[in-house]
Design a protein around this ligand. Sequence first.
Ligand code: FHN
Length: 433
Amino acid sequence: MKHFISILMMIYLVYSGALAQENYIPTAENLKNREEFQDMKFGVFIHWGIYSMMADGEWIMNNKNLNYKEYALLAQGFYPSAFDAAKWVSDVKASGAKYICITSRHHDGFSMFGTKQSPYNIVDATPFKRDIIKELAEECHKQGIKLHFYYSILDWSRDDYFPIGRSGRGVGRTNKGEWKTYHNFMLNQLTELLTNYGEIGAIWFDGMWDQPEDFDWKLREIYDHIHSIQPGCLIINNHHLAPIEGEDGQTFEKDLPGQNQSGYSSTATVGKLPLETCETMNHTWGYSITDKDYKSEKELIHYLVKAAGNNANLLMNVGPRPNGEFPDIAIERYLAIGRWLNEYGESIYGTRGGIIEPRDWGVTTQKGNKIYVHILNLEDDALYLPIQGKMIASVKQFIDGKPIKFTTSEKGILLNLNSKPDAIDYVLEIDMK
Ligand code: FHN
């Protein structure tokens, strides 16, 4: 009998353990942070590492099949003499962005923070010896910018990232390490990131696509570990899939939610979590000396507005130079977005995707009883909206409050704009009754 009861107990424990793994219940703080995350609407992504010295993007180690031991020697020459966290954060603020997501460790395996888990980090392996993540965190907290950490779960330099994945196959690793030590290494680094740098808005994972679909990353253990240290910290994973239990947000790479122009998003079903889309200003994420093909101010503002209309944040990337400065053209673009947000921010911050689905002419955003109509591309001097006229109190130009005349039909209204809009974003404000 005793034996029978202990078997029952064991079954119960295993089963309840499995259930605990399955049902992630976010804390109230986490839910509040999700709302705040959605309200912020605009963030700056920073891809920076020792690869910036080679000035050809963050994948150079893989793309040129650089031997991992040889590549590691780059660290000895990394001295970003112009790095100034205060300047970064004030430029980010001037862009109107409310958060920064920075690469704490990219696929090359080099940690941009002072970690005790490996000497291959900015404090111990470079003559610079400064923990740039610490300086950035302090400045973000001081200037009221939220800080998110990008964290690669694939690694081209460690033997214990084994089996080797789809990428980094030509960098010379021949040893076979134990996955368990890699897993523990990640858990310990995450502990450091979540205890040494104050409140962290999100951990943003990347690289899961490196292994086959059925690979067991023991994600849930990683996610629970993060939430056990900072329950409010959002977990976002750029795995290009539908959200996985334990996550708090969903990101799309170079695509608005539901699109698949990048080729990354074919399996990324849009879920119910807060949404984000990340994009490059030019073509590469890490600094490239030749890639000068920057998107125009108009294109960038349109992307931000379209993201908002699709109920998503925009995370717009910059790849700092090896000396630690943002490229001048990136700063110019950020400042242009900031000037636009100074005027039109009310129609973006704190909004959610509007009741009218995105259209070819533009998008709508919504806050309380106000609908903002963002006309980005209209060939006519009139616009039909499927909103019942009787529900509308007024329609006006956002910028100066000038009333807009409209006629009502059975299912909607026809706005008389007088002329074809030519602003970067012609914004109308509709007050609902
Ligand atoms: O391989 C990375 C790439 O370098 C960059 O970090 C982007 C950002 O979304 N994510 C990966 C590609 O999916």
